[in-house]
Design a protein around this ligand. Structure first.
Ligand code: AMP
Length: 190
């Protein structure tokens, strides 16, 4: 089983690249943001709860997010592996993921970290907000809060995966195809 974390700040291109990696390596794409948005659309209790955090650009609490992620993985017992997109975002989530996967006799193979400058992130997210219709992509203050949440709570995970020897940093600026090729090289090198 090949499990990959695609990691990076909001607007770094995680979702775009995850879709391509999934296709090339025949993995399942698991985006926690997408699952939350789907729950918001269908009006579930989980969706209502997640929305109250997402609308402000805050992270959804760990306990809720971890439970949801585990249930999504359990829905796909035949998967050859997963691309975790937007998860983990805190140390507690990363530890829970390691424990959960080890219970399934598997683990994270590598973490691909996309590196993009902050000004470029805000510009990209605002541009995406024009088409995506995502409320959290359209307000500069919410975007800045999302980047702050990333910097404070999520960026420290680079150290977590570095210590495990799993961190691969890839410059996330330039064309989508060129970045994808760099990511594939990392995956192929193992
Ligand atoms: P994304 O689509 O990955 O940009 O996520 C959109 C929003 O969903 C984030 O700003 C958070 O509010 C919430 N979210 C997604 N993934 C997580 C996670 N792993 N932990 C906590 N909140 C999350």
């Amino acid at each position: 089983m090949l499990n990959i974390v695609i990691f990076g700040p909001p607007g770094s291109g995680k979702g775009t690249q995850a879709v391509r990696l999934v296709e090339k390596y025949h993995l399942m794409h698991l985006s926690t943001g997408d699952v939350f948005r789907e729950n918001i659309k269908t009006g579930t209790e989980l969706g209502k709860l997640a929305k109250s955090y997402m609308d402000k650009g805050d992270l959804v609490p760990d306990e809720v997010t971890i439970r949801m992620l585990e249930s999504e993985v359990n829905k796909k017992p035949d998967s050859k592996g997963f691309i975790f997109d937007g998860f983990p975002r805190t140390t507690a989530q990363a530890q829970a993921l390691d424990k959960f996967l080890s219970g399934k006799k598997t683990s994270i193979g590598m973490t691909l970290a996309l590196d993009v400058e902050e000004e470029e992130l805000t510009r990209r997210i605002l541009a995406r907000g024009k088409d995506s219709g995502r409320a959290d992509d359209q307000n500069e203050e919410i975007i800045r809060n999302r980047v702050k949440e990333y910097t404070v709570k999520t960026a420290p995970l680079k150290e977590y995966y570095l210590k495990q020897g799993k961190l691969r940093i890839v410059k996330g600026e330039g064309g989508i195809e060129a970045i994808f090729q760099k990511l594939c090289k990392e995956v192929d090198n193992g």
